[in-house]
Design a protein around this ligand. Structure first.
Ligand SMILES: [Zn+2]
Length: 289
């Protein structure tokens, strides 16, 4: 059974570790992430962007696929199915389809409108027993064609949204979606501490976790980040392992072209990465025992 993320995130916040929210794209991604987290006894969130949801033929397909793969693999660790960067309409659709957690990203609206829509969405999600994440300020980079300014979130705006009862809060602290530029200034820990103070210790979310030096993310986790999103890094290890398989000519040996063989190295690379991250990076390994 898929669960709301509230309990796993609150426990992570109290225990000063983080839950990985790994974005999924297809069956291989779902299997790799679930098997990796089961092997390490780590709670996990599966993130789905609206673009990936469309790619997987809609939210109903995603929910059915994740539920059935979860049950078929006999997964026992807590798993939340989470909408990543949901629009107003998208979040409602994901809730109706059976997601157990949603992000409503109103950061591109004027603050008053973000506030009003976040309030409505928090009430809707909680009425169904789901966890909800909202966003204050922008996060640098491009996601599904939307580019934000990447400004640092305002601690008072964070407090206002936190007081609505949001379960965890995405707030820009210098993080960026996608690959980080060479001249990136790093995470702003002072702003992170200010936000943690103004929100009375609301669990925070770090978007764009791929590409930030691990020690910076680990410091952010000690300061109140309890959910770290990972997308690009899984894509890179999958592509790298697949390229090596093809460049070695293995697809031309025997039945190496069989998709079950062709996609196996990339899938294993994702599972290895997930196991490494939950054990050596986020500290969530063993927390589901
Ligand atoms: Zn994001």
């Amino acid at each position: 059974m898929l669960v709301s993320a509230t309990e796993m995130i609150n426990k992570a916040h109290e225990g000063h570790y983080a839950i990985g929210a790994f974005n999924i794209n297809n069956m291989e991604w779902i299997k790799a992430i679930l098997l990796g987290c089961e092997a390490k006894k780590s709670p996990v969130m599966l993130g789905v962007s609206e673009g990936a949801g469309k790619y997987m033929c809609g939210f109903d397909t995603v929910v059915a696929m994740v539920k059935n793969i979860h049950d078929s693999l006999g997964i026992t660790v807590p798993v939340a199915l989470h909408l990543d960067h949901g629009t107003y309409e998208g979040a409602k659709a994901a809730i109706a389809a059976g997601f157990t957690s949603v992000m409503f990203d109103g950061s591109h609206y004027a603050f008053e409108e973000n506030l009003a829509k976040s309030k409505e969405m928090i009430e809707l999600a909680h009425s169904k027993g789901l966890s909800i994440e909202c966003e204050v300020g922008g996060i640098g980079g491009t996601e599904d064609g939307v580019t934000s300014n990447g400004e640092l979130a305002d601690p008072e705006e964070c407090a206002t949204i936190a007081n609505l009862g949001v379960d965890f809060l995405a707030a820009g602290i210098g993080n960026i979606h996608g690959k980080y530029p060479a001249d990136w200034a790093g995470l702003n820990f002072d702003r992170l501490a200010e936000i943690q103070k103004s929100t009375n210790g609301k669990p925070l979310v770090l978007h764009g976790g791929s590409g930030i030096p691990r020690e910076q993310v680990q410091k952010a986790i000690t300061l109140g980040v309890s959910k770290v999103n990972v997308n690009t890094e899984c894509q890179l290890v999958f592509a790298d392992a697949t390229r090596k398989y093809i460049e070695a000519g293995k697809d031309l040996e025997g039945k190496g072209y069989d998709p079950r063989k062709l996609l196996a190295p990339g899938t294993k690379a994702i599972q290895d990465l997930v196991e490494d991250m939950v054990e050596n990076f986020f500290g969530s390994a063993g927390k589901a025992e």
